[in-house]
Write a protein that binds this ligand. Structure first.
Ligand code: AOF
Ligand code: ZN
Length: 353
């Protein structure tokens, strides 16, 4: 082996950095994927990039631009020929809102590209083209399966949206005490021991466009349902509060004095519900495709039983194994994602729909 040959361990190290970078763009990249990219020369990262905003430059374009900036003394154009470009998603090969990243990679004659997820977008197929240009291509099939799983998890919402364009991704957030009781905003202090998982909830809020709750939860807990951490603390480039849907069956909210109404920057929809499926359809028609449920056990369970849920994120107050009763009925798969707070389980729900 030549001294600067990249080992499997190095692939893992640099791709994990790509995952971190990709996650920075999670607030505004959708409906595009989240993507991170690093350029490595002689085992040193010389440039990084990520896809920050739908319609704007892709991760690879940002990284290559940064490698060529005059102030980046470590990186000069000829060095790209001796560099490996790591990307958390197969480079695009089509002209969309931006030019094809595959062409950019070929133009700069990189030595090697390593990517950790394939792009299911039918317009994208870049491996053969890049290989034909004399660049070594290392694809997901050649990487550790666990790494590829983590990479694919990052873009679960993008993948579903490509497969089922008229659908939404619906995630239910649940927090429980050691005895399986649900923790709500009102009794949150009991949960303070795990500040990482509390932060993760705020991160989730920033990365979803609509937060659904119930009139019951608003009246009982008076939650804010906003993002109360800085972008930096949440590993995001930018933060935003989600819009809110308050589901009701018959009665209206008694007044508008609840904390939820205090932010003027977001929309609040009060929706009368007879059937959850048609309610979610209406939200999708309004443009909401990343939806999270933060409510009490009644609405959370109703959603889980409706078959509308793609994922449950379960934060447990301690490491002791607890089962939220609804889970017992579910055919689910536990996903170990990257950067997991302690005592957190993510379940993919196989709704069969
Ligand atoms: C990449 N790197 O950072 C992203 C990719 O309209 P465009 O030009 O923005 O293209 C969007 C499509 O490109 C998107 O559906 C997905 O297939 C791919 N996104 N690809 O190589 C990136 N964001
Ligand atoms: Zn691209």
């Amino acid at each position: 082996m030549k001294p600067n040959d990249t080992t499997e361990q190095q692939h893992s190290q640099y791709l994990k950095r790509c995952f971190q970078l990709a996650r920075l763009g999670e607030t505004y990249a959708f409906p595009n994927p989240i993507v991170g990219c690093v350029i490595v020369h002689n085992n040193e990262i010389i440039a990084e990039g990520f896809h920050k905003q739908y319609g704007e430059a892709h991760a690879e374009a940002h990284a290559i631009k940064s490698a060529l900036e005059p102030y980046n003394l470590r990186a000069l154009e000829p060095r790209l020929k001796e560099s490996t470009i790591y990307v958390s998603l197969e480079p695009c090969s089509h002209t969309g809102k931006t030019p094809p990243c595959a062409d950019l990679i070929i133009k700069h004659k990189f030595k090697r590209i390593v990517f950790s997820s394939s792009d299911p977008n039918p317009l994208v197929n870049s491996s053969d083209k890049i290989r034909a240009a004399g660049i070594e291509v290392i694809e997901p099939a050649e990487l550790e399966p666990e790494l590829v799983k983590q990479s694919d998890y990052l873009n679960r919402i993008f993948f579903k949206n490509i497969k089922e364009p008229g659908s939404a991704w619906v995630v239910v957030k649940i927090a429980t005490t050691t005895d399986g009781e649900m923790i709500t905003e009102a009794n949150e202090p009991r949960w303070i021991t795990n500040s990482e998982s509390r932060k993760d909830v705020h991160r989730m809020r920033s990365c979803h466009d609509l937060l659904i709750t119930s009139i019951r939860t608003v009246e009982a807990d008076d939650p804010e349902y906003n993002v109360r951490h800085s972008a930096e603390e949440l590993g995001l480039a930018e933060i935003k509060d989600p819009d809110i849907a308050i589901l009701k069956s018959s009665t209206n909210l008694k007044n508008r004095n609840y904390k939820i109404f205090q932010s003027s920057k977001r929309k609040i929809i009060e929706a009368k519900v007879t059937d959850l499926k048609s309610t979610v359809k209406e939200f999708i028609n309004l443009g909401y495709k990343r939806i999270m449920i933060e409510a009490g056990p009644k609405l959370s369970e109703a959603f889980i039983e409706s078959g509308l849920v793609d994922e449950i994120v379960h934060y447990q107050a301690s490491a002791i194994e607890t089962k939220y009763p609804g889970f017992l009925l579910i055919n689910s798969e536990i996903i170990n994602s990257a950067n997991e707070p302690v005592n957190t389980k993510r379940y993919f729900i196989n709704t069969g729909s």
